[in-house]
Design a protein around this ligand. Structure first.
Ligand SMILES: CC(C)(COP(=O)(O)OP(=O)(O)OC[C@H]1O[C@@H](n2cnc3c(N)ncnc32)[C@H](O)[C@@H]1OP(=O)(O)O)[C@@H](O)C(=O)NCCC(=O)NCCS
Length: 197
């Protein structure tokens, strides 16, 4: 019972991640019914549970293929995805069997966490927390993408990216930004004045 409650909590977090990740999202109901990225992640969560039972691997694959047909997003049930993953727009996303994805990650449409070889074993990327993968980007092989890294749209990444790094181009060149102090997000203009003083 506790496991079920935790599972439902994780699904609810996915819903909120989609709601907060897309400025165009208006309500939880709208997001729950009309976001293919969310449907694909939910289907993955069920398929991954099944995958962990050796006798259920075949139905787990079937479920992920049904989800792929419905959403255009292919997530292998053996992949390890963290919490609050948001796949925006979705179509064309591929996540391979040995990929690992941290928490609060954002994947745009057309992004691929793929392999470079046909050998068995770890052959897909590992993404840290709060990574963004731009539209059409391909991350190939068992590379490590550090926390808070950003992969630019259409980049092809075949080497590790350090924490906070920005990877753009084909093959991707990596820029590690100097530590920058982000201005506080300010909702109320009076707070802005206080902040400027
Ligand atoms: C990579 C990215 C995160 C960089 O953002 P940033 O840190 O603000 O970087 P900047 O815009 O200052 O660009 C830095 C440099 O990278 C280049 N660059 C930025 N994005 C690029 C990309 N996708 N491909 C190639 N070069 C890119 C810029 O031209 C600039 O080059 P320069 O230093 O020679 O002038 C961002 O441009 C990006 O691609 N985000 C993905 C967004 C996306 O997929 N949206 C889909 C919405 S539907």
């Amino acid at each position: 019972m506790r496991r079920l409650r935790r599972f439902v909590t994780v699904l609810g977090e996915d819903l909120d991640a989609a709601r907060h990740g897309d400025p165009a999202a208006r309500s939880r109901v709208e997001v729950a019914l009309s976001y293919p990225g969310l449907h694909a992640v939910w289907a993955y969560r069920v398929a991954h549970r099944m995958w962990r039972e050796p006798g259920l691997r075949f139905p787990a694959r079937l479920l992920s293929q049904i989800a792929r047909a419905a959403t255009g997003i292919e997530i292998h049930p053996g992949a390890m995805l963290g919490r609050r993953l948001f796949i925006d727009h979705g179509m064309g996303v591929v996540v391979g069997e040995t990929a690992v994805v941290g928490d609060d990650v954002l994947l745009f449409h057309g992004s691929t966490l793929g392999g470079r070889s046909m050998t068995k074993g770890k052959r897909h990327p590992t993404l840290g927390d709060r990574v963004t993968v731009g539209a059409g980007a391909k991350i190939l092989g068992p590379v490590w993408i550090g926390d808070d890294a950003q992969v630019g749209a259409n980049a092809v990444v075949v080497k590790d990216v350090p924490d906070g790094g920005v990877a753009v181009g084909v093959p991707a060149r990596v820029r590690v930004p100097e530590r920058r102090v982000e201005p506080r997000s300010v909702a109320d203009p009076s707070e802005l004045i206080e902040y400027m003083i």
